[in-house]
Ligand binder design. Sequence first.
Ligand SMILES: Nc1ncnc2c1ncn2[C@@H]1O[C@H](COP(=O)(O)OP(=O)(O)O)[C@@H](O)[C@H]1O
Ligand SMILES: [Mg+2]
Length: 290
Amino acid sequence: MAAGRLIVPPAVEPSHEGVDPNVSPNSSQANSSREGEPVLRVRNVSKRFGAVTALDGVSIDFHIGETVGVVGDNGAGKSTLLKVMTGVHRPDGGSLEVEGKEVTFDAPGVARANGIEAVYQDLALVDDMNVAENMFLGREIRAGGIGRTLGIVNRKAMRRQAADAIANLRVPIPHIDETLVRRMSGGQRQGVAIARSIMWGRKVLLLDEPTAALGVKQQDEVERMIQELRGKSLAMMIIAHNMPLVFRLTDRIIVLRHGRVVAALATAETSPEEVVTYITGAKTPVSAAS
Ligand SMILES: Nc1ncnc2c1ncn2[C@@H]1O[C@H](COP(=O)(O)OP(=O)(O)O)[C@@H](O)[C@H]1O
Ligand SMILES: [Mg+2]
């Protein structure tokens, strides 16, 4: 793969047009009135683990410039959805489309090659490496000439690009060369993981509970980073429990319950109270329609 490009995408206005909060769940019609082709489309995806149905006919469209919140109780299938979207899990049914073309994420790196990056719940940083080493893990910049043949990596270029990405996001890490990840705060680690995704992710950025393990100040810091990415030419999905955060950061909210989409709502047209009624099952798609 080519060296990481630092992306400073042009700002676009997130569009609220065409959002129908009363769409029927589990339907590929859910977002079909939206303008433009989705950058990523999850269609009728199912995933089972033995007897457990983690995802059951989930359809969601993702558009550039838009941030989608995915909420639901523990075990609702949120992390599984994200992992299907990155090829960690193969779906048992349904399909994924990138820019209108069906894709199969059947090898590590296929989703990445399609511009899709994720920050997983467990972050997947290596404690005993510094920031630049973590950000280029598995995709190091090779040296030129004879050095390439010898498998030598270009540390200077990697350090420079990592420093740029960290600075662009204003992640508060004073010495990116000297500080090992193990010595960083939770907020700094999240910052490194997000900066790494931004550095490589060209189209779609998926975040699983980006602020869950953080103190209040660090939550604010990470929220500010995400806020800066909104409206840029990226589609984002944010899995989160914190309802005020979901309302501050998203354009649409998808509620998963027992592996199904039970609500697809425009953030501006719903309320935390209504979303919670879907999460708990107090309100169901049927009762919502009646
Ligand atoms: N690798 C796995 N093996 C077996 N069961 C799993 C696996 N990953 C998730 N599950 C199960 O699938 C369901 C959905 O899990 P998950 O997607 O992690 O939910 P959430 O992220 O919404 O809390 C749960 O019942 C969980 O126990
Ligand atoms: Mg999860």
